[in-house]
Write a protein that binds this ligand. Structure first.
Ligand code: ATP
Ligand code: MG
Length: 587
């Protein structure tokens, strides 16, 4: 197929869109691949749609190759199945809800576990029907709080979601492994540099889960990896409990005046000056910081949570969010402090106000894995301007449990002992979960086993962000001139640029286009009456992997072949250029 730029529905822009935060977003809009309709909602123009279709096709081929069967569910769904699994409520404000003319509650599907479970329940009833994997490539809706970076975080987006149905754990594991391998092939074919990290399963419920993250500076996910092969999403890192300490020689706890110590640094400085420690100087990690939050539950109720952690670490908001899901985290505001007069802002400590031995104030107090029996702390005395010293965990206070939500730092040890952790950022491209029986239980999906006994089916669910992948590939390949597609997903294989005023260039360009087309190469032909400068700039902006410049040198019997990614240029004779390009494209 030959597409003429003079006819293609595209308009390239010389200015960045105002809302573009990341390069892929900027270039996809400027090159006329997508257009914004509303925050997080985009229209696909011909060039963009061609890339989307190519990504879809790669995903489809790899899903078909593991024996998954393609289906398509509606995006507009009734409330009841989501009510049965409690997700109508649990999904929170991310769920786009609407009402039909009869007043019935509907939703736009954010993910389709319920529908697939019910469909299989409807049609299948025996272990003989299993294993089964079904998938769809379909538009999803999530009313994201922060739609961002164009296609990377949309409110409407394309996802491939698949679901596996097995009779037992071994079956689920096999289905999961097959998906994992298919995902590796998909992301390899997309040319993405990615890591597979263990992940929290979030609102999905269930246990084993891994994410495929494309390594990218602009990614929203922070992950850690060790030289020894450990890799995990930061939300999933479980720091081990610190070893218990012998505190028999620690003096009894004592409250001291600590004026003007609003920060950990000032508290440490004052402590070293006024209350020095015999064996070494106090440091931030000797202080116990207690941070308050409000948890908002699905039913709308709010409950306070206090987190105690060493003063040299901050609470990581994402780790906290993941740990308390489906509850949502809200700040503990002044109005909340008014409800708990025993909490003295800036001087909160376990004991009178928090902890198991508290006065029944109903505040759940959870502590960091470093806060273990025998550890000795400086912490708030629940009195303005005063702190308590030598407060020993287990001796002087206790918590309601462990909560590991402190930030993970570069150099922290990997939980599996495989060395120090390095932090990096990535874009979540895919997610595979062993759901287990959560949805099958809630919706009653059972089949007869070989002994004629009814057993609940065990499920997996697997997602690939298809539209997000378009942006992620763009992000990982673009440069300061525009897009630079890898061959597997480029809208066209080759971009022919005809320059010069005489007809000869256009005539040869047309002939070359036809020759390539006949060899199965898709061609974008720039036949516009524009200056060479404009055409070259557009060729770089639009990002086809190879372009052929037909112009000045044609009189000498040569044309120029340019490689978009490397910028390499090569002169080739007019009689050999077609074969050369075919060889490049067919690899
Ligand atoms: P994220 O953490 O990025 O919000 P998620 O964990 O909510 O994603 P899943 O429910 O696992 O996403 O969905 C499967 C896949 O769908 C994700 O791995 C991602 O590639 C894609 N995806 C999810 N949300 C969006 C979105 N708002 N825009 C584009 N793609 C998305
Ligand atoms: Mg996910």
């Amino acid at each position: 197929m030959i597409t003429r730029l003079s006819e293609l529905f595209v308009r390239t822009l010389r200015e960045d869109p105002a809302d573009a935060e990341v390069p892929s977003h900027r270039w996809l809009v400027r090159a006329g691949y997508v257009r914004r309709v509303a925050p997080g909602i985009y229209s696909w123009l011909p060039l963009g749609l061609r890339v989307l279709h190519k990504v879809e096709q790669i995903v489809r081929e790899e899903m078909d190759a593991i024996g998954a069967q393609e289906v398509r569910f509606p995006a507009l769904l009734p409330r009841e199945p989501y009510e049965a699994t409690n997700r109508w409520t649990e999904y929170g404000p991310n769920l786009l809800r609407l009402t039909d003319r009869k007043g019935a509650d509907m939703l736009l599907g954010p993910t389709h576990e319920e529908m697939f479970t019910l469909m299989v329940k409807d049609l299948y009833s025996s272990y003989k029907d299993l294993p089964l994997s079904l998938y769809q490539i379909q538009t999803k809706y999530r009313d994201e709080a922060r739609p961002r970076a164009g296609l990377l975080r949309g409110r409407e987006f394309v996802m491939k979601d698949s679901y596996s149905f097995d009779i037992d754990e071994a079956g689920l594991q096999a289905s999961y492994d097959r998906h994992r391998e298919a995902y590796q092939r998909i992301f390899d074919r997309l040319g993405l540099e990615y890591v597979i990290v263990s992940a929290t399963s979030g609102a999905m419920g269930g246990s084993a889960s891994e994410e495929f993250l494309a390594v990218a500076e602009i990614g929203e996910d922070t992950f850690v990896r060790s030289a020894g092969g450990y890799a995990a999403n930061v939300e999933a890192v479980k720091r081990p409990l610190a070893p218990q300490q012998d505190a028999t020689s620690v003096p009894a706890a004592h409250v001291e005046d600590t004026p003007d110590t609003p920060t950990i640094e000032t508290l440490v400085a004052l402590s070293n000056e006024r209350y020095p420690r015999a064996d070494r100087a106090w440091k931030a990690a000797d202080t116990l910081k207690n941070v308050l939050f409000m948890l908002k539950h699905a039913d709308g109720t709010r409950t306070p949570l206090a987190v105690g952690l060493p003063g040299d670490r901050e609470v990581d908001a994402k780790r906290l969010e993941a740990a308390v899901e489906p509850a949502e985290v809200e700040p503990f505001g002044d109005a909340d402090f008014d409800q708990y007069p025993q909490l003295v802002k800036g001087y909160i400590g376990p004991g009178a106000a928090l902890g198991l031995d508290a006065d029944g104030n109903g505040i759940r107090y959870l502590t960091d894995p470093d806060v273990v029996p025998g550890t000795r702390w400086i912490t708030g005395a629940n009195e303005a301007g005063r702190h308590v010293y030598d407060l020993v965990c287990g001796r002087d206070f206790a918590s309601d449990g462990v909560l590991d939500v402190a930030e993970i730092r570069e150099g922290d040890p990997a939980p599996d002992g495989s060395g120090p952790l390095a932090l990096a950022r990535g874009i979540e491209m895919g997610h595979i979960f062993q759901l287990g029986r959560k949805y099958a239980d809630a919706l009653g999906l059972k089949v007869l086993d070989p002994n004629g006994k009814l057993v609940t089916v065990t499920m997996g669910s697997y997602g690939v962000g298809v539209s997000r992948a378009v942006a992620a590939v763009a992000e990982s390949t673009c440069d300061d001139k525009g897009l630079a597609w890898p061959r597997n997903v480029a809208p066209f294989d080759v971009h022919i640029v005809a320059t010069g005023k005489d007809e000869a260039a256009l005539t040869f360009a047309n002939r070359l286009a036809h020759e390539l087309d006949e060899a199965g190469v898709s061609v974008l032909l720039d036949d516009r009456k524009a200056s060479p400068g404009v055409k070259f700039a557009d060729a770089e902006l639009l990002g086809m992997p190879t372009s052929v410049v037909v112009g000045r040198t044609l009189a000498d019997g040569v044309v120029e072949v340019r490689d978009r990614a490397s910028g390499a240029k090569e002169e080739l004779g007019v009689d050999v250029v077609a074969n050369h390009v075919v060889a490049l494209v067919k690899g």
